[in-house]
Design a protein around this ligand. Sequence first.
Ligand code: ZN
Length: 398
Amino acid sequence: MEPLFTPEQLAEIHAYHQPYYIRAAVEPWVRLALSALLLGVLVRPVYRGATAAAAALERRFGAGLRKAPVSRAFFSAMDRLWGESGWGTAILFALFIDVATQLLYAPANVYFYYVLEHRYGMSNDTPAGFAWTWFKGGVVGAIALTALVVGLYGLARRVRRWWLVLGVPVALLMLVASALDPYRARLYFDQSPLPEGPLRARITALMRKADITFSDVMVEKTSVTSKRIQAYFAGQGPTRTIVLNDVILQEFAEDEVLAAVAHEAGHVNEPRWPGRIASSLAVMALLLLIDGLLRLSARRGWWGIQRPGDIRTLPLVSLVVFLLISFAAPVSGVLSREREREADRYGLKLTGDPGAFRRMLVKAARVNKMDPEPPRWLVLKGMSHPPMGERIAAVDTP
Ligand SMILES: [Zn+2]
């Protein structure tokens, strides 16, 4: 069997991944140190700054905006949501911390997502395109944060069982959100239907054999920014779409594309409800825990807080969420890797073509420059897929 990589390729792959491994080891500690600094020192001065800035904005624009027809409705809606004035301070407090964190991480982000990716030939992105994507992400993040501040803290200030009022709709939304997947992807990349031809015919036949219904096969044009191959199924039942990116169509032979589609088909029949119900319940439990934190900080008077629903608890809440996610990642990683192994077994059986399946995995590893044997601790920290070396070995020794 020909080796997956030549020694030179392997050396390059290791050089490419080394900085990412260092980051994975260091980043959690940086996060914890930043949280400690925020909680121990910065909450009070940042809150004072936000209060002063909100007051200055109110003096400069408040009177005018409270009279103008459209903004008047907005202001009174916000006052009602918040239960009083003072939402400006809360939003500014959250945004100050968000923007400062973004700026702090900016050099590392440029290095990891632009410099390294270009040095190892993984990205086609331009500086302007990269900056634009980043800016868009920042704006979307800031809007989401504002919505969270107003929604969560606004409710927590006024409603005793706010976690129930917020948790039930969020949990229900999470149950149906995956049906919208096919449409969400189209926000980022152009998609067009795969033209009629032998590949489309073979995919259709394969899906008929697997007894999986789908609405269309789409080609996603990701090559404008990335040189990675990608294939996935989005949506389910009547909205299920098979998405292949343009890179995989360039790089893979037909039977290799088919093998990739067969692997994805293996994910279709996974039982989804246990996971969905578990994550909905987890969200409820998390909100209940946050409720406890809000009450505790008010009782103890931390950072000068006098009542539950004070925005000054936000850094504490994000620290707790970060810790919970970090501790849950190894567990969900184990489950995810087991699903991937199962999808490989399923795909292999569906195509009945181990040769093509192996070539598909080898090419995926080569094109995406995957480390065939990443450090064990990184896998255990919560990697979603088994290492490529392991997946290929499983095909070789069924
Ligand atoms: Zn998979």
